[in-house]
Design a protein around this ligand. Sequence first.
Ligand code: ADP
Ligand code: ZN
Ligand code: ZN
Length: 809
Amino acid sequence: MFTYKIPKNLQPQIQIGLRVIVQFGKKKVLTGIIGKVHNKPPQAYEAKPILDILDDQPSVNPLQIRFWFWMAEYYFCHIGEVMFASIPSGLRLSSESKIQANPNFDLETSKYPLDVREEKILEALEKKEELSYEDCEEILGVKTIHPILKSLVAKEAILIFEKVQEKYTPKVETRIRLKEEFVQSKGALEAIFEAVQGKPKQESILLKYLRDVPVFNKPKLNEKGVDKASLLEEGDSESSLKTLIKNGVFESFKHVVNRIDEEEAEREASLLSSTQQVAFDEIKTHFESKQSVLLHGVTGSGKTEIYIKLIQEVLESGSQVLMLLPEIALTTQIVGRLKQVFGSQMGVYHSKYSDNERVEVWNGVLSGRFPFVVGVRSSIFLPFDSLGLVIVDEEHEPSYKQFDPAPRFHARDAAIMLAYFHQAKTLLGSATPSFESYYNANQGKYGYVQLSHRFGDASLPEFFLSNISADRKKNLLKLDSTRLLREKIQHALDQQQQVIIFQNRRGYSPYVQCEDCSWTGQCVQCDVSLTYHQFAEELRCHYCGYKEKIPSSCPACGSTQLSTQGMGTERIEESLSLLFPEARMGRMDLDTTRSKYGYQRLLDEFAAGQIDILVGTQMITKGLDFGKVTVVGIWDGDRILNFPDFRAGERAYQQITQVAGRAGRRDIQGQVVIQSRNPDQELFQKVIQGDYFEFFRQEMIDRKKYYYPPFVKLVKITTRHADAKTAEKAAHALHYQMANVAVKKIVLGPEKGIIARIKNQYQYESLIKLDRQGATQSVFKENLARIIEELQSVPEFRSVRWVVDVDPS
Ligand code: ADP
Ligand code: ZN
Ligand code: ZN
């Protein structure tokens, strides 16, 4: 936040949310947004004036600015970081230095002679009004252009100025249409045909145009014309078209097109079943007295149709609706279903969108073109001005939390705040609610609505626990699969049904090890083993992206006995294709879905029945609805349980239930096989019984005893420095100060980070537990800000970085 003076002439126009140009530092010209208008001049410095106002209308509304202030304060970051995350970079302005000729300069009368290179620049400026530094480099073919420009400025031959540019570029098409006079009368058109007689190329273009645009019957159509590229698509020559334009038959014009597809709605919302209707009515009753409602509906219970009905009602009342999804790419099915009903009034805010596409959604919300947006977590920043409803689907999803960079916000929690500012309602939906939300519902803070049966005749899947150790003893384990799993898969394949195999990604990946000296590849700048990527024959670091080719012999001892350890999805896919050579395999993980449409392609193939067995990580658990999947295998159930985190139990319950929920979503009951070395564990029993409440109740006992959310608030502070000693010292200094802050409950640490070094930075983590009261948190944050500032003024800690994560997950 910086304070600027409002010059007299700009005072009448000043409004919160307008973009302005200001000078920053000595030279830089930046754009900023007006966040507050006040009359308290800063004490420490003389405020500079605002140079200019860029907009007639604010591009950010007061509700957004209020939301930004809240986010900066709650998540302990700068308002600038929130602003940066909020505004698509296409709407930010960039400034670039440009040069132009000094109009007062005259070569003839100048006191200072120019050298050859300087003259060249001036010549270029006669042809082009302005040049960038790169242009000048190119003209002269030299890299160091500064001395030359400096000399030209000194000789008063050129001026250097800052050019501020909008980065967003609308997509423009060149279109072709008939000159208006030929559309008016049939005779005129006939005359043209006579004129092009014997010129088959021109005739062909003309005929093609009339085929696409039947101007005889619908003269109005000519106005829009056709895209030039499509007119020339079938190999017609561009020069013939040029001749037709030159001869005044056609004219070409520019047209701005939408990057985002316009699709019309093509179906009505489904009629709700009587159970769905009851849930719908309950939600609305709760909304009368509560801002938020938790919809706890088992997988396949038909939550989406209930959302659709609610969205329709809110849109009809004239308010806006935002629906958050954890990852759009992973939920294309739901987006497709919504698109069918809402058509072109629905905007989609994708994480893989280009910046120009984001700007179009942003502008679509501003102009009212999209009263309804479905989007990923960053869509909470869109310029809504009258939200009536915010839906957070799969509200338990960890990916709603942003880790890096700041603001490290949780989109569900932020969405509830956003809705509060708009006086809108929030609906949280999940088959496996987060403990935070369920706790709030239990406390009566949220309304609670349950759907405990699947839609239609579908029943919930049946579970089987399969003992890996027992099978190994009896020699029944083949390529890490138990006999039971193989039988179930075989049975499904025999019936032309489909199978999904799930392998947990978290905290685990395959690596290469030397069998003789147990060497493993390590990242050169992080404290982690490199992950084995079979397809690319590489070892890669998942933290910094460092990679190297797999060595043919051990770099430590020279042995050629290198073996792969662990089971990534690639290995599982390979094992299964050996076991079921006739089955068609597919794999869905980060590697196979990196491209924008990779995920969609796999889903389409799976839907079309071109894949029999789909192996995948977390991605395959998200909202997929395929009727022919009857068997789901969980490859390594133990891996899901063993994670060193207070949320491990909660996450395991969610994950197993969600994966299992992909099975048997229509008339045939699904079967879920969990492979485990220790199948008697209690958690498995709980998931199988589906007794969420009992599971929650027991976990809460521990959470309360050991002070974990939802009973306390957590703040994690990471201390980072390139030097291990300094990092440790700084972390302890912080820790010591923190222990003196009265409001905290407990301070844990500092501990070496789970990964002690990332990108050559050593890390130490402290965990602070606070009472849930808002006042406690503000006092704590004020103290924290002061402590960090004081520590940063200690010379040896100057380059230490402190990263504060509120509500870490
Ligand atoms: P959830 O989101 O709760 O997992 P879905 O909304 O995907 O459940 O619904 C499961 C299946 O039931 C989908 O195939 C959906 O099309 C169908 N379905 C749900 N409600 C209705 C309804 N009212 N009419 C027709 N089909 C429905
Ligand atoms: Zn070795
Ligand atoms: Zn690394």
